[in-house]
Design a protein around this ligand. Structure first.
Ligand code: PGA
Length: 246
């Protein structure tokens, strides 16, 4: 059985005070047993790692970050190193999110370096891949994703990895990829892996009202949730998705 991972990506949202208020509301809404099976993760801004990590101690909700540099330390203004994350008991880190690729010059090569760094520090990276609207319209989806994976995964241990299929046109737009289409692409991603047990999430406008249909798909092992992870009730509903009957 492949593990399930339901990750919230807070992006550049929430101060520490707002993060604490979120946890006060969220923690009572998720049952520890459900969490043990579904592995909820909160990928919070660096400034909230301390506050959130403290509140999550002893809980079955995991702490995640949104970036990691490949060097142990150095003159890299604005970046963050592995030991700075592990100090806060971070377990997961998002790598290669389309916003990093689009706005901050992230390439498959730097994604690869960041993935390997995460694993070196014992973190599980969540590697994001996905096509733009134009690439989808030109029938390039399969090729784009296959190239992203081939370049990003060189020398990466697929046993300590989560992949998120995030069609860029579905991120923050409310325009979700049909669950069956996401299932199809995720199946293709899996066929390119040497480790078939690697969990593969879907991401892009996941909401409380579509999570059940998404998680009912056989290839989909979880979700990477942006906007809807900012609301405690909404994210709890996503973590508590209704499992398809066996
Ligand atoms: P969204 O973001 O859920 O707001 O579409 C997803 C993501 O960027 O990971």
């Amino acid at each position: 059985m492949r593990p399930t991972v339901i990750a919230g990506n807070w992006k550049m949202y929430k101060t520490q005070a707002e993060a604490r208020a979120f946890l006060d509301a969220f923690i009572p809404l998720v049952d520890p047993e459900t969490c043990a099976e579904r592995n909820p993760v909160l990928c919070v801004p660096f400034t909230s790692l301390g506050a959130v990590g403290q509140r999550l101690q002893g809980s079955t909700v995991h702490l995640g970050a949104q970036n990691i540099h490949w060097a142990e330390n150095g003159a890299f203004t604005g970046e963050i190193a592995g030991p700075m994350l592990t100090e806060y008991a971070v377990r997961y880190v998002i790598v290669g999110h389309s916003e990093r690729r689009q706005y901050f010059g992230e390439t498959d090569e730097t994604v690869n370096l960041r993935l390997k760094a995460a694993q070196r520090y014992g973190l599980t990276p969540i590697l994001c891949v996905g096509e733009t609207k134009r690439q989808r319209d030109q029938n390039e989806t399969e090729q784009v994703i296959s190239d992203q994976l081939a370049r990003a995964l060189i020398g990466v241990d697929q046993q300590q990895l989560v992949i998120a299929y995030e069609p860029i046109w579905a991120i923050g737009t409310g325009d979700t990829c049909e669950a069956q289409e996401a299932n199809r692409v995720i199946g293709l991603i899996r066929s390119q892996l040497i480790q078939p047990a690697t969990p593969i999430q879907y991401g892009g406008s996941v909401k409380p009202d579509n999570i059940d249909a998404i998680m009912a798909q056989p290839e989909i092992d979880g979700a990477l949730v942006g906007g809807a992870s900012l609301d405690a009730q909404g994210f709890a509903r996503i973590v508590n998705y209704q499992a398809p009957s066996a």
